[in-house]
Design a protein around this ligand. Sequence first.
Ligand SMILES: [Zn+2]
Length: 485
Amino acid sequence: MDYEAIIGLEVHVQLKTQTKLFCGCTVEYGADPNSRVCPVCLGLPGALPSPNKQAIILTIQTGLMLGSEISPRGKFDRKNYFYPDMPKNYQISQYDQPLCKGGYIQLYPLAFPKDAQKDPQAQIRKKIRIVRVHLEEDVGKSFHFEENSGIDFNRAGTPLMEIVSEADIRSPEEAFAYLSALRQILRYGNVSDCDMEKGQLRCDVNVSVKPVGEEKWGTKCEIKNLNSISAVRKALKYEIQRQIQVLSMGNKIEQETLRWDDQRGQTILMRTKEYAHDYRYFPDPDLLTVVTEGELIEEAKKRIPELPEQKKQRLCETYGLSEYQSSVLAADPQLADYFEKAAKSASNKVAVANFLINDYLALVSDFETAIPLPAEYFSELSNLVDQGQVHMKQAKEMVKVMVSEKKRPSVIVQEQGLGQITSVDMLEALCKEAIDANPKSVSDYRAGKVAALNALKGYVMKKTKGKANPQIIHDLLEKKLREIT
Ligand SMILES: [Zn+2]
């Protein structure tokens, strides 16, 4: 029997704010344990929370970027449970009045994992619907030592945005693409750095399987706290197989909360699922409802940049790039800006894109951390090719020298004596020599074998050590051969 998976994601994103959600403590990764705390985030009796305006604006901005409906009123609720990393015994979150509802994320081919991009399924521009986006506070972090455990409350109270998807995702690869596309939008909007190593983007996954064609969904399991996009893919792959195996043997799936063990490559049972009402949500009496209309929405709107999909389309239309080229460039807004700077004074803008994508990125691997060359080096390089001063093969070699020696293309041409020979007189003499030395190729050509011209071209290229302008030789040879007949 064939099975299909039904997948929904809950993504937690740490917002890029200076201070915590309900107090003035600074948000700082890697600070000494318990050095960024106060009575509010430690939950001491009598301490009162005061909401961070910037965090609310960033959440509304995210909703606007995802096409969500912004609630006119946002409410904060207490989610009650006991856990050592949460001293108040409740977490301030949003229950029935989140800041944003609805919206979607559109998948695109390059968002899929590399090995799945060729899969025709990856081409589907599927829209994954968003249920809600809400704001809550993060909890502290437990550390387990040999004989005891410690808790660092620096992270407690950090603004965390939760983005919940509909269960529209059908494969681990789609989940990967959804997360890549979401991360790209959040980075574009400067809402979060989404640095997964620092735990700035964490993901809970809900997954069930059912026989293809069956309408009723299967029992779902939740995998908690996945901290990388590739771990989400691996965990889903494993869990889907596990559930299919259980069902194939005629057994039932129990509703469970699991965690992913990356080293063992398997999901592990944490607990059987608790239900939402166990949390006894109720409105936080210390916090007023947030009126979003007016100032907050206006501020959020001002922060919205050109989004990835818009940028891709504009790059295609303005510079005549292919969809693939514009997607690679738009993957990193800094790279796209760099391309636009370089393309400004280049006569062949597509060539500039190709040098960046095919040659430059292959050498620097990570554009963000590479020392960037001045953008005009790339316009100069493509202009040299366009004017016939160097040919494409030389230009590609020159990119390597540009990167390793930080030299501008015109200097490299001079130093390496790369300039093409465009002197017609000189080339004409060599073409004559080629014809005289290759009677066989000449007669082949005259017998209709057009490819025989390549042998003659090769002769001239060899004599000039590859510096002859190929188009000029081509024209000269054709002219001379016509004269003979
Ligand atoms: Zn604090």
